[in-house]
Design a protein around this ligand. Structure first.
Ligand code: UD1
Length: 414
């Protein structure tokens, strides 16, 4: 188990290059199974969730090779084998292997990742859609087992735009001869990145807003592909700069993917300039912004809620945040309050009374983005903090501590 020691109070300054997107590479690694050959992926973040996905691919008989930010996956000898709980617990997004395994082998079996810290993570929408495509799915206590002997195209209307369900259904639909239509699909940029990858592999997919039309039934081929930049990594550094009254520039970003968050930060008084693949944020003291309501894309992202809350904890005035995507996503609030924040959270709302100064404390990360929020608060706080259980943070940030150090953050790893 890891820990960070952070001496707060130094404004972050300098330039940072953002890594590839976690939520893009994970479904794309699973999608490589569909190609039965060697895919070469560039701009891959080297984070523990990616290592866990590679372990699942190896377990399925694939060969993987990683060198710097490049990953090669050979799925020629892949087989469909049960993916046990040891692997699904390491990577909660493991459910994304369901679609590709069904599409290529007609069967898939995996243990549930289990309820997670953010609340229940049901997979009913994934299974509903797969059943529409002719899959028969048994979901027992331990896990789910599906077969899809005769995939069939059709129209699937999702009652909620789930990111994972939209991706799984697109992936499974590549095996359905004819046109599969997914209505009310999620529109997160990472899903469009998955679609671009599949198109590079020869898939025919049309996207019209929240409607996906997949013309399936043809074999896909391997390709070489560059993963899009991680918008949540970018948000976290922007929030840290806003909290510490800093001035940072980010490269390898897509500012257009960050519109909702940039709107909040500029309403809070940050000076933001954008260029092609670049962003600069300067902030004196952040002012409260209210209300902020998380929502599917292109709303304010739930993954940005905790990092931005950490910045608002030391802003001038009172902000209100409403979490509508996950049922239990304010786990970081008690630790922020231990650092001197004044936040009242119920299940759905958090009222953040900005304080002049946070102070150092010994706290524990409970989840990925909540953990990043604690680091942001500690960088802004007066005095020393210790943040334990940083393995949560390493699931999604490559070299978080090194990047923050390069911006002048005083942080050491234990
Ligand atoms: C993905 C992202 C995660 C992000 C989330 C929402 C990845 C690897 N993870 O997670 O970082 O926070 O999108 O933007 O891309 N739901 C159901 N039934 C289902 C599926 C989902 O009720 O079958 C509910 C969930 O419990 C949750 C909500 O829908 O409350 C959103 O979940 P979903 O969009 O599926 O998120 P993930 O794909 O798990």
């Amino acid at each position: 188990m890891g820990a960070y020691w952070i001496e707060g109070g130094s404004p972050l300054r300098g330039e940072l290059c953002i890594h590839g997107a976690k939520n893009s590479i994970l479904p794309i690694l699973a999608a490589s199974i569909l190609t039965g050959g060697v895919c070469e992926l560039h701009n891959c973040p080297r984070i523990s969730d990616v290592e866990a996905a590679l372990q699942i691919l190896e377990h399925l008989g694939c060969r993987t090779e990683a060198e710097g930010q490049c990953i090669r996956v050979d799925t020629y000898e892949a087989v469909s084998r049960p993916i046990g709980s040891a692997m699904t617990e390491r990577m909660r997004a493991a459910i994304i292997f369901l679609g590709p395994l069904l599409a290529r082998f007609g069967r898939a079996e995996l243990s549930y990742p289990g309820g997670c810290a953010l609340g229940e993570r049901p997979i009913d929408l994934h299974l509903m859609g797969l059943r529409h495509m002719g899959a028969s799915c048994d979901s027992g206590e331990e896990g789910v087992s599906c077969t899809m002997e005769q995939p069939r195209a059709g129209v699937i209307a999702l009652p909620y735009p789930s990111v994972g369900a939209t991706e799984n259904l697109i992936l499974a639909a590549t095996a359905c001869p004819g046109e599969t239509v997914i209505c009310n699909g999620a529109k997160e940029p990472e899903i469009l990145d998955l679609v671009s990858f599949l198109r590079c592999c020869g898939a025919q997919i049309l996207v019209q807003g929240s409607v996906y039309r997949i013309f399936g039934g043809n074999a896909l081929h391997p390709c070489s592909y560059r993963i899009m930049p991680d918008r949540m990594e970018a948000v976290s550094y922007l929030a840290a700069a806003a909290a510490t009254r800093g001035d940072i520039s980010l490269t390898n970003v897509c500012p257009e993917h960050l519109t909702a968050v940039l709107h909040v930060l500029s309403r809070g008084g940050c000076e933001i300039s954008r260029g092609q693949g670049k962003l600069r944020l300067r902030c004196d003291r952040l002012c409260a912004v209210s209300p902020i309501r998380t929502a599917p894309y292109d709303g304010f992202p739930t993954d940005a809620q905790a990092p931005i809350m950490a910045a608002l904890a030391c802003a001038k005035g009172v902000s209100v945040m409403e979490e509508t995507v996950f049922s239990n996503r304010f786990l970081h609030v008690p630790a922020l309050n231990d650092m001197g924040a004044n936040i009242h959270a119920s299940r759905r709302y958090a009222i953040i009374h900005g304080v002049r100064k946070l102070h150092g404390a010994m706290v524990e990360a409970t989840d990925l983005r909540g953990g990043a929020a604690l680091v942001i608060a500690a960088l802004a706080a007066e005095g020393k903090s210790r943040i334990d259980k940083t393995e949560h943070i390493e699931r999604g940030y490559q070299d978080f501590s090194g990047s923050l150090q390069s911006l002048g953050g005083k942080l050491t790893m234990e």
